[in-house]
Design a protein around this ligand. Structure first.
Ligand code: GLA
Length: 396
């Protein structure tokens, strides 16, 4: 009897543990997609806002297009109680965080939250320092599926050690929680963040809703970036990304009003070439049809979510005219012809730049026009609007 029990236990552990381990490793097998409060709403977060965003995520077709996570960024938390438990703002979240998480889950979506590896968050709310295991247990009990962990007020803390500690706490919570490291590229996270358990890590300081220009913040601190600045900072980091561990060039500004529709189309296309997490940051309840069309373009999203998970790079540049490309799992390439200049111009992708022999004939499909453009040999040229892109797949 006893021997049979030991045998059964052996058989169970043989099959169950690899499955459990696998469950951890497939977290964020493709770049996470979702929505985050910060870019549009900053500290103006509430249970109602989250519920309305979850509703809009479903009704707008974004859920169908692949968006999954609804993430509350900074300012949901106000204090700790006598036992050290983190306390949500009672006015803004009157029924607590679990009720909000339950609502998000009831829509078939996943729920994310924000904290900070230092003593306080970037908005001066209580951070996680010294409470890592207690917070992780709390998040798991609330049903959190995604944690964005910031880097304000870190004092002399070591980044890799701080993030590894929180990751260990998340693992011990027993709930699979995507771990989004947000230390703004300060300590070259691409070199250590995967080892520290990060599923994604920010590579730069914050994005702002503009085409280009790295600027100091109002308080003199450095810096915020336009889309083009972040793009330049990401080039060269492509070898560090892959399934389960992604470079994060920050959340999307698509739809926030500071750029033209053409510029937002470029922003979205380039994030797809970069295999970037696609976290929308706009008001989902009040989207124009143009913005919705950008965010739900399934052909562009398919590039971002390609199963091979290879981040793209700049393969050619002549002044303001650039070609960006990434290989896809079926042997084809996704290509963005990017015009950073101020007048319309032709841009060519040569097969040699995307590792195809020049004599090869390939089918071109335009991912914004949703049209097959025919067969081309050696190269493909298109006229590209200022600050615009033409995005195609090249399939031999
Ligand atoms: C930092 C992060 C942002 C956002 C804010 C919140 O600046 O980089 O993405 O989370 O903090 O305060």
């Amino acid at each position: 009897m006893k021997r049979a029990l030991v045998f059964l236990l052996f058989v169970f552990s043989f099959f169950a543990f690899p499955l459990l381990a696998q469950n951890q490793t497939v977290l964020a097998a493709t770049p996470p997609m979702g929505w985050n409060t910060w870019n549009k709403f900053a500290c103006n977060v509430s249970a109602d806002l989250i519920k309305q965003a979850a509703d809009a995520m479903v009704s707008s077709g974004m859920k169908d297009a692949g968006y999954q996570y609804i993430v509350i960024d900074d300012c949901w938390q106000v204090s700790r109680d006598a036992n050290g438990n983190i306390v949500a703002d009672p006015q803004r979240f009157p029924d607590g965080i679990k009720a909000v998480a339950d609502y998000v889950h009831s829509k078939g979506l996943k729920f994310g939250i924000y904290s900070d590896a230092g003593r306080t968050t970037c908005q001066g709310r209580p951070g996680g320092r010294g409470y890592e295991y207690q917070d992780a247990r709390q998040y798991a009990a609330w049903g959190v599926d995604y944690l964005k962990y910031d880097w304000c007020d870190h004092g002399t803390q070591n980044a890799e050690a701080s993030y590894s500690l929180m990751h260990d706490a998340l693992l011990k919570s027993g709930r699979p929680i995507v771990f989004s490291i947000c230390e703004w590229g300060s300590n070259k996270p691409w070199l250590w963040a995967e080892k520290a358990g990060g599923n994604l890590w920010r590579t730069t300081d914050d994005i702002q809703d503009r085409w280009e220009g790295r600027k100091k913040w109002g308080d003199g601190g450095c810096c915020s970036n336009g889309v083009m600045d972040i793009l330049d900072l990401e080039n060269g980091l492509e070898s560090y990304a892959g399934p389960g561990h992604w470079n994060d060039p920050d959340m999307l500004e698509v739809g926030n009003g500071g750029m033209t529709t053409t510029e937002y189309t470029s922003h979205f296309s380039l994030w797809a070439i970069l295999a970037a997490p696609l976290m929308a940051g706009n008001d989902l309840q009040h989207m124009t049809p143009e913005i919705k069309e950008i965010l739900t373009n399934k052909e562009v999203i398919a590039v971002d979510q390609d199963a091979m998970g290879r981040q793209g790079r700049r393969v050619a540049k002549q002044g303001d005219l650039e070609v960006w490309a990434r290989p896809l799992h079926d042997g084809s390439r996704a290509v963005v012809l990017l015009n950073r200049g101020t007048s319309e111009a032709p841009i060519t992708v040569n097969w040699a730049d995307i590792d195809y022999p020049a004599h090869l004939t390939a089918a071109i499909r335009d991912l914004w026009q949703h049209r097959d453009l025919g067969q081309f040999t050696g190269k493909y040229t298109a006229s590209v609007a200022p600050h615009g892109v033409v995005m195609v797949t090249v399939k031999p």
